[in-house]
Design a protein around this ligand. Structure first.
Ligand SMILES: *Cc1c(COP(=O)(O)O)cnc(C)c1O
Length: 482
């Protein structure tokens, strides 16, 4: 068990944080069944004790504002504070979603304009012809995309059976396919880390509804055959699904719609800057080309006589995927971020993200195994398997880094790489920080060779050393035992 000092440990009988003014209204009696039988056990502290306690607790968290955070596939970039300031404006925060109806539409023109801006900007960035901002996370967007594809085939009188994914895919891709009711065909990766084209060709058939690809994939690699894959899938009238969680390598450089994709979801909380550690909040807008436009979900906007109105889905719409306009506050941050950067800023961000990842790959490739070496995109994947002979694992490296004030990279993913360490530095880190990280990684390799047992003690400075990860999730117990 891990025990850190709780606020009850600091309690001191009689100490007070607040002082109430004298009673100046008539006393009233609570119903007996509402009143407590025993006095509530509350910690007794001064205001200052409380502030210090919670400030110290907050400092035990790793966060992008405090720490280098190269968590692969998560795009933990700096989130400019201007996005928070705009999203906190009262005109945006005080709207109740139930008020946004066609009856009261005059009062919400500004809100709807921001949604329009986001949809149009995402169309521009991705080359798609329409967007919906209603899905509330990447995985939610995937599900919407696959539901629209299902409806597309149904509208042609076809019920298709399979979805193709490569073995490097993010777990949400096969999960989404299965949730919508498809069987999954998994294609192995070739020596370049791309979906094996020959195997794909052999397995493609006219019962395949869609091919789901993450681009660049979770190995950080761009598939050189991507246009051939799109052409082959389309020759069977299968749809091409683009998992756009990794847009941070692509924005401003290439457009998925131009490449040949039919539908895309974007993790705006990753690429377009919303703090999203700890599982939320997110937003997963979905873009489609003309083929899939009729299947977009309910709730959209259109401009009639210079005024925005709400629209319902057409006769082929898949219906409602989400109440209201999804996580509107996240959409708002995304549009602030995109307008602040502009087209050149986005190009600059993605090219620097790619440069940073390649710098790390090249600095570390003499120390770690690089299973798919060659130009990577926004992240690089190393393997710690060469340290196995010393009894040191990817997890040991991850725990070691924590003591140097760095969040660990993603480990043990993608699943096809043994002892994977997946590093995504993002564009917002400078060379000094990246060099410190690389130095620590190299020192870790040397420590593994000279004194592998030392790893058992890391991290030493955070109060929590090596909890049982599975139990910590399944039997989390954070109650005070007083
Ligand atoms: C993060 C991610 C997802 C899932 O997105 P959520 O917003 O967490 O649901 C899907 N695919 C890839 C490649 C991702 O990195």
């Amino acid at each position: 068990m891990i025990r850190t000092e709780t606020i009850f440990d600091k309690s001191h009988a009689g100490r007070m944080g607040i002082k109430l003014p004298p009673l100046d209204v008539p006393k009233c009696k609570l119903d007996d069944n509402l009143a407590r039988k025993e006095k509530a056990l509350l910690p007794q502290l001064s205001e200052f004790d409380v502030i210090r306690h919670f400030t110290n607790l907050s400092n035990k968290n790793m966060s992008i504002d405090k720490n280098f955070y190269p968590l692969g596939s998560c795009t933990m970039k700096y989130n400019p504070k201007i996005t928070e300031r705009i999203a906190a404006l009262e005109g945006f925060t005080s709207i109740h979603p139930h008020l946004i109806t066609n009856n009261m539409i005059d009062d919400f023109q500004g809100t709807l304009e921001t949604i329009d801006m986001l949809e149009k900007t995402l169309c521009e960035v991705t080359g798609m012809s329409a967007f919906t901002t209603t899905p509330q996370a990447g995985a939610h967007g995937e599900m919407l995309g696959i539901m629209m594809i299902e409806k597309y085939h149904e509208s042609k009188g076809n019920k298709r059976k399979y979805i193709i994914v490569p073995d490097s895919s993010h777990g949400t891709n096969p999960a989404t396919a299965a949730m919508v009711g498809y069987e999954v065909i998994t294609i192995k990766s070739d020596s370049n880390g791309a979906m094996d084209y020959e195997e794909f060709k052999a397995k493609m058939n006219n019962e395949v509804a869609a091919v789901m690809l993450t681009v660049p994939n979770t190995l950080g690699m761009y598939n050189q055959k991507i246009k051939d894959i799109c052409a082959l899938a389309h020759s069977y009238d299968a749809m091409m699904y683009y998992d756009g969680a990794n847009m941070n390598a692509i924005m401003g450089v290439a457009k998925p719609g131009d490449i040949g994709f039919d539908v895309i979801h974007i993790n705006v909380h990753k690429t377009f800057a919303t703090p999203h550690g700890g599982g939320g909040p997110g937003s997963g807008p979905v873009g489609v080309n003309d083929k899939l436009k009729p299947f977009l979900p309910d709730l959209g906007i259109k401009k009639v006589n210079n005024k925005y109105e709400l629209t319902e889905g057409g006769e082929h719409s898949i219906g409602k995927i989400s109440p209201f306009f999804g996580n509107y506050g996240i959409s708002l941050r995304a549009i602030v971020y995109m307008t602040t950067l502009g087209a050149n800023g986005m190009l600059n961000a993605s090219t620097k993200a790619v440069l940073n990842a390649n710098y790390i790959r090249v600095r570390l490739r003499d120390y770690f195994d690089v299973p798919f070496d060659g130009l990577c995109m926004h992240e690089c994947v190393l393997s710690a398997k060469t340290l196995a002979k010393n009894g040191v694992t990817a997890m040991d490296i991850a725990k070691y880094l924590i003591d140097f004030g760095m969040h660990a990279p993603t480990v043990y993913f993608p699943l096809i790489v043994k002892e994977a360490i997946m590093i995504e530095p993002t564009e917002t880190e400078n060379k000094e920080t990246i060099d410190i990280f690389c130095d620590r990684m190299i020192e870790a390799v040397k420590l593994a060779q000279n004194n592998p047992k030392a790893f058992q003690d890391y991290p030493k400075t955070w109060g929590v050393c090596r909890p049982d990860d599975t139990r910590a999730i399944k039997e989390l117990d954070i109650r005070s035992k007083h």
